[in-house]
Design a protein around this ligand. Structure first.
Ligand SMILES: C[S@@+](CC[C@H](N)C(=O)[O-])C[C@H]1O[C@@H](n2cnc3c(N)ncnc32)[C@H](O)[C@@H]1O
Length: 287
């Protein structure tokens, strides 16, 4: 028996198995994600495989028949589809204590900041599933008194609302907890099933999560931040977008505050208000 050329109503996977992502559709999706999230996905074999794989899942979820249909729906997308499209194309890899030198730096500088300011504001601006801001919260719990901890405010944002739901839930598998020391696992997590651990409220309550798109270049938060993390996301932007994102981060950073980016990203910073102080950490030296 031959397979139907097109999926039947109610959908099996038969139609999708024969779906081919053509170059013109690749270009259309790549342009859309660039406009929506700034992600630069040039045409090559690897990205073709990536887009076709991830968008096939989205097509299935929305009970559509083809890339062309998805593209048509994305012309004037519902808010839900737009979020799901963005979520399907973001890369969320993260870890606790990732690039540990950054946390070692803060161990020294956080007490210093707390000595001179009523509160210290930290922004994790592409926080993914929360391991980065939760690492900061664990670090604060380990080294500060209860009253000093209350003076540290952590805002964690990401464009991807699906990954933010996971972050708020704060459930982690043993693999996702690889970066943590055994005593951190023991002290700050409760086992809730064989393969799942939950971060305790004493830590989760100190991180505030919110959706934020770094393409919102003109946005100014009510108060400036003392430390901004923007790690392992600039690699997905082109030069023009990276410059604008860094301008945005610098505009929301207090004078003398620190911008911390991914180790592999330090070459992309070209902002006259920033001075490199090593380890892909920059200090704001002028307004
Ligand atoms: C690879 S993760 C990095 C997570 C964390 N900063 C770290 O270094 O472990 C990149 C994150 O950037 C987010 N992202 C991508 N484009 C974004 C945008 N335009 N605005 C805000 N977040 C974005 C993705 O959703 C993803 O969660």
């Amino acid at each position: 028996m031959s397979l139907p050329a097109k999926k039947s109503p109610g959908f099996g996977t038969s139609g999708l198995e024969t779906m081919v992502l053509k170059q013109n559709m690749f270009e259309a999706f790549s342009q859309k994600i660039y406009q929506m999230a700034g992600l630069y996905i040039p045409y090559n074999e690897k990205n073709m495989a990536l887009l076709s794989n991830r968008l096939t899942r989205l097509i299935r979820e929305y009970d559509l028949n083809s890339y062309e249909e998805l593209n048509e729906k994305l012309r004037i997308p519902s808010e839900g589809l737009k979020k799901d499209f963005i979520s399907s194309l973001t890369t969320n890899k993260t870890d606790f204590f990732r690039e540990e030198a950054h946390f070692d730096f803060l161990k020294v500088h956080l007490p210093e900041l707390l000595r001179t300011k009523p509160e210290v504001r930290i922004w994790s601006s592409a926080c993914s599933a929360g391991s980065e801001p939760y690492t900061l919260a664990i670090m604060a719990a380990e080294m500060l008194t209860a009253s000093d901890r209350q003076r540290v405010k952590i805002l964690a944002t990401d464009i991807d609302n699906e990954i933010l739901k996971k972050a708020v839930q704060a459930h982690f598998t043993p693999i996702e907890m690889d970066g943590l020391q055994p005593h951190h696992k023991q002290k700050y997590f409760t086992q809730i099933s064989k393969q799942m651990f939950e971060l305790i409220p004493d830590i989760t309550k100190t991180v505030h999560f919110s959706e934020f798109n770094l393409m919102n270049f003109q946005h100014r938060f009510q108060k400036k931040f003392d430390v901004v993390f923007c790690r392992n996301v600039l690699i997905y932007f082109d030069k023009e977008t990276t410059d604008k994102v860094i301008d945005l981060l610098v505009s929301n950073l207090d004078l003398k505050g620190y911008l911390i980016i991914g180790h592999s990203e330090s070459g992309v910073v070209r902002n006259p208000c920033l001075k490199s102080i090593g380890n892909s950490i920059f200090q704001k030296i002028r307004n």
